[in-house]
Design a protein around this ligand. Sequence first.
Ligand code: NAP
Length: 280
Amino acid sequence: MAAEQVILITGCSSGIGRATAVEAVARGHRVFASARNPVDLADLEGSGRLSALRLDVTDPDSIHAAVEAVQARAGRIDALVNNAGYGQYGAVEEITPAEWRAQFDVNFFGAIETTRAVLPVMRALGGGTIVMVSSVAGKISIPFASPYCSSKHALEAVADALRVEVSRFGIRVVLVEPGPIETRFGERVRSVVGPLLARPGPYRESYAGAERAMDGDFQRGKLPARSVGCVILDAIESRRPRARYRVTGLAKVLIPVSRVMPDGWMDALMRRSLKTPPGR
Ligand code: NAP
């Protein structure tokens, strides 16, 4: 078993964050699992190794209070897992400015602000690991999911720069890029885009195709949340973690293929999955 580490995780009410917290406890680490509503974590608190904290990544006060609480109780933070996130889907034209901003506030600025709060602690400690939970969507842009994809692309850009900026302090930055995972993500996407789907508009037919793709092609090789949790923990425990870890067959195949595929081929692939005609 690897040496005990103090790990702070965002978005542990469900899915990947929760599975990572459970896996970290099972591996003997000291875990600070956070959620917007800590009541959602009550069932995780049985073991003395896990403490529940309130942390809303869009609320800087709650981020700083959580970081201070971890330091007060454990005296250190060895790893931060920036996991909190959701998917704002819809056509570029139909997403409101408020919806665009809300997506970036959680998926992008939330992770940046939490990272900025933890970095001084890690620098003082002489090292640590920052994990950014990105996605296949951090490398490939999916039509009718561009707010989500662009927020994850932006996160990848920051992580690639940050990795070099903080390496001199012994801090490692790791990107995890999952494909489809069994969590509440899809359910939340539906609750966010429900009103869009219900009202008439120029993209109505395309949304029907996008919905079918979301339930079909884009779900191939879906894995349980624990598989991502294990990869995250392997990276944290590794002496020399890789810059990025792809989880699911889809992520492992599609990301490298997309790097060499001409743009026109990628567009055709997306149109075929979404059953969208090429147009005039
Ligand atoms: P999930 O089950 O919906 O979990 C998302 C978590 O993020 C929830 O705990 C949610 O908390 C939290 N969250 C949302 N807004 C927040 C905020 N403002 N502050 C703090 N926490 C907030 O979905 P998941 O799949 O596990 O998602 C976790 C991460 O994995 C996300 O970054 C997602 O983009 C990424 N990912 C997922 C998949 C997939 O197929 N599932 C694939 C690739 C990447 P509440 O309960 O309070 O809303």
